[in-house]
Write a protein that binds this ligand. Structure first.
Ligand SMILES: [Zn+2]
Length: 313
């Protein structure tokens, strides 16, 4: 499933192609449920004549800011893809919706699994749509101290907490596993038991992972493509996700897989000790910001035993 870096990669590609274009309406509709709101006829009528002012992103949603206070929100979900093509060029067989531009091109939404959704919202509707989303992990406002304080307030295990979009917006399964590995934190650790130094490592790891993944064009899944139809190359660089039984890149122990909250979860039992056991050292993963952070603060990591006796997997 596309995560924040993939959606951001699509956003950048789209922004370079569609800003200032003017929609004429729906020019192709194979699967009406792709248009989430309003009903397709009203959607087509309301979008006609609207100019694209900017292409933004909130969590995993693409947000096309249109004139007249309207926003087109696209949720790619598992297999959604957006491309721009001349209206008379052949559409691929997974094309579900196309929105015409006044210049003769169209914005096409292809979606193998049909889970993707497109909606048109005014300002109030947009605010309501997003009000439950947590902070953007790459945003200016997401500080290390606030993240540590937020962890300290939660009695939830780390893995499901990182996936909770109201806690932090945009993280999915791959980056949650990779961030916990970089920070040397077991996925079943209770958030409130994470020491502040380790919370700072996790904060730095999340930001670096997302930034690195965006810089390399997102993670390639079986069918992820950016707005130009290119695959990203980050997937080959993941350290633990979907590497069950492969050697840990740091210590050589086999990567373990457990299921947490219904999600496959990958970690190194040696580098990410189970809650209640003692970690030997800061994991020397080349998380540059994280290492700097430790040196600056002279922090030494000790695991805080978890009171309610969590024994991990
Ligand atoms: Zn290891």
């Amino acid at each position: 499933m596309p995560e924040l870096p993939e959606v951001e990669t699509v956003r950048r590609g789209l922004a370079a192609q569609i800003v200032d274009r003017v929609f004429t309406g729906v020019t192709f509709l194979e699967w009406s449920r792709t248009i989430e709101t309003p009903a397709p006829e009203e959607f087509s009528r309301r979008i006609a004549g609207r100019r694209i002012l900017a292409v933004g992103r909130r969590a995993k949603f693409l947000v096309l800011a249109l004139d007249a206070g309207q926003s087109l929100v696209v949720h790619l979900r598992m297999t959604g893809q957006l491309t721009v093509a001349p209206r008379d060029a052949p559409r691929d067989r997974f094309a579900r919706v196309a929105l015409g531009f006044a210049d003769g091109d169209e914005l096409r939404f292809s979606d193998i699994r049909r889970f993707g959704r497109i909606g048109l919202f005014d300002e109030a509707e947009l605010a309501a749509r997003f009000h439950k989303l947590g902070p953007e992990p790459l945003g200016e406002g997401w500080s290390r101290d606030e993240f540590a304080a937020a962890l300290a307030r939660r009695r939830t295990r780390l893995k499901p907490l990182l996936l909770d979009q109201s806690f932090v917006a945009g993280l999915g399964n791959i980056y949650a596993d990779e961030a916990l590995f970089r920070a040397g934190l077991h996925p079943l650790t209770i958030a409130a038991a994470v020491p502040p130094e380790r919370a700072a490592l996790l904060h730095a790891a999340i930001r670096e992972l997302l930034a690195d993944a965006i810089a390399s064009g997102g993670t390639t899944f079986s069918n992820y493509r950016d707005a130009y139809g290119n695959a990203g190359d980050y997937y080959e660089r993941r350290r633990v996700y979907a590497r069950t039984d492969e050697p840990c890149p740091i210590c050589g122990a086999p990567i373990a897989r457990i299921v947490v909250g219904g999600r496959g979860t990958h970690f190194c039992a040696a580098c990410q000790p189970a809650p209640g056991t003692v970690a030997a050292r800061i994991v020397p993963f080349p998380a540059r910001g994280a290492e700097r952070l430790v040196a600056e603060e002279g922090a030494e990591y000790r695991v805080t035993p978890v009171a309610e006796g969590d024994s991990g997997c």
